[in-house]
Design a protein around this ligand. Structure first.
Ligand SMILES: Cc1cc2nc3c(=O)[nH]c(=O)nc-3n(C[C@H](O)[C@H](O)[C@H](O)COP(=O)(O)O)c2cc1C
Length: 384
């Protein structure tokens, strides 16, 4: 398996499966470019892990995993980071025989919408049949642990990230400012800050769950406090780096920046964000660009929407293929699953965006330092 790392400077490398063998099985992440002297603890990381973990309610998988994280490397005797790579480990604790046997009972069958077919094609008969291996949503444990550290560093730079449910099966939350959304962030199981819409969404998901089916939706991700200047003009545009980070999350099928696909029906004069002077600072009347122009952050909020597909595992009978016997069969899996991914995946989106923004920040500061750039306009755009 290739491609288990993300980032050029702030680099995360992750491993681990949702089952694995033996008592020590679990997931780990190694982080490069950790500044020395950070007072970061297991508890700081756990706050983010708790947003993602399953078993919290009727809208997510009943698997009981506390996702207790433990920093096992990179902290010195003084209790602060030493600049060495930070290592974080999370053990699997709810890997019961009964569930392993469930997976075993249809191990040669492909689950429609899941990764078994492509894993069979790529890894052959040794592909992990228990709990989907690296294609499991549990793979995102390492991302969230790494992202928690990135968020911790970004907070010191005044950069804050928040993701929430914007839409579920056609039910839409109203438009909200960052601060309005933050007031009701994580207040309900589906993490929709429009409390009225959240009730309708939960009702809809429960109806679908009772049919043995699953529901999709849209997550909105906001990033506040990003200075103007992050991102490179050509291949490493900030939206390209963010897309790489976010589109690498399982079940994310679409991404929009700012007005996104709506630009297709706009006139140029409507789409363009008109600049104005706020004292001596350049600001924009609208944010159709989603905070990025020419691949470079413009100092406005970064606004991203992510299309989340319905969880592929459903109990509804569906056509499948037995890959060992090359025979068509009908499958209705009985394994644990999330009736919708919306109540958990937002934490993974925040984590991956934090890794991408911190990586871009390292690149931006490194370039400026070596090139000794002292740009008077930059200071006006980034008054802090
Ligand atoms: C946090 C999270 C939890 C997930 N939980 C499940 C699950 O319980 N059951 C399932 O079938 N898929 C789940 N998925 C989705 C699969 O991992 C994903 O759909 C699969 O790997 C196929 O990849 P693709 O949908 O990107 O093509 C989850 C994904 C995430 C990010």
């Amino acid at each position: 398996m290739i491609g288990n790392s993300f980032g050029r400077f702030f680099r995360i490398t992750a491993c681990g499966e949702s089952y694995g063998i033996g008592k020590g099985s679990g997931l780990a992440v190694i982080l490069d470019s950790i500044p020395p002297g950070l007072k970061i603890t297991d508890a700081d990381i756990q706050k983010e892990m708790d947003k993602r973990r399953p078993g919290k309610g009727k809208l997510n998988s009943p698997r009981k995993e506390p996702d207790q994280c433990h920093i096992f490397a990179g902290i010195g005797q003084d209790g602060v980071t030493t600049g060495a790579p930070l290592g974080i480990m999370v053990h699997n604790v709810d890997t019961q025989e009964v569930h392993i046997n469930q997976y075993k009972s249809y191990k040669d069958l492909i689950r429609p919408g899941h990764a078994e077919y492509t894993y069979f094609v790529k890894y052959g008969e040794n592909a992990d049949w228990c709990g989907a291996g690296r294609a499991s949503g549990r793979e995102t444990v390492g991302r969230v642990a790494g992202g928690a550290v990135a968020k911790f560093i970004l907070a010191k730079e005044g950069i804050e990230l928040m993701a929430f449910t914007k839409e579920c099966m056609g039910i839409k939350a109203k438009e909200m400012s960052f601060d309005e959304a933050k007031k009701n962030y994580m207040k309900n199981e589906i993490n929709c800050p429009d409390l009225e819409a959240s009730e309708e969404m939960i009702k809809k998901v429960m109806e679908i769950k009772n049919e043995g089916d699953t529901a999709g939706g849209v997550i909105e991700l906001r990033i506040k406090g990003v200075p103007a200047g992050l991102g490179e003009p050509v291949f490493d545009k900030l939206q390209a780096t963010l897309s790489h980070a976010l589109m690498s999350i399982g079940a994310i099928k679409g991404i929009e920046f700012g007005a996104g696909f709506k630009v297709a029906n706009m006139k140029g004069s409507e789409c363009n964000d008109h600049p104005y002077l706020e004292g001596k600072k350049v600001s924009f009347k609208t944010n159709n660009a989603g905070g990025i122009l020419g691949g470079i952050s413009n100092g406005d909020e970064i606004v991203i929407k992510l299309a989340v597909k319905p969880t592929p595992t459903v109990s509804v009978k569906q056509p499948s293929i037995n890959m060992k016997e090359m025979k068509e069969e009908i499958l209705s899996p009985i394994t644990r699953r999330d009736p919708t991914l919306l109540g958990r995946i937002y934490a993974v989106a925040e984590a991956m965006a934090a890794c991408a923004i911190l990586d871009a920040l390292y690149m931006y500061r490194g370039y400026d330092n070596v090139c000794r750039i002292d740009n008077p306009w930059r200071q006006k755009s980034n008054p802090k």
